[in-house]
Design a protein around this ligand. Sequence first.
Ligand SMILES: [Cu+2]
Length: 101
Amino acid sequence: MKTRNFIAGIVAISFALSSAAVMAQADMAKGEVKKIDESAGKITLKHGPIKNLDMDEDGMTMVFRVQDPAMLKQVKVGDKVQFQAERATAGITVTKIEKQK
Ligand SMILES: [Cu+2]
C-alpha cells in the first residue's frame, strides 16, 4: 500500500512538472529580430503579445535589453524567435530567447 502511494505521488509530481513546463512554454512571446546592438546589449524585436507585460498588441517593434550579452549571439537579424521578457529597473529585459522551431 505504501509503495502504491509512493508511485501515485511520483506520478502526480511528474504530471505537475510537465504541465508547469507547458505553461512556461505558453508564456513565451513570439517575435522577429530587427536589430542587434551587441555593444549596448540591446535587441530590437517586432513582437506579438507579451502576456506578463500586459502587452496585447500584435506587431509592435521595440528595443529590449538582454540579461546576458551572450544571448545576442544565439540569434541574428531576420530570425523568428520566441522569448521571455521581464520589467526590470533598467528597462524591459529579455531573460530568455531562442529561435522558433
Ligand atoms: Cu512592446
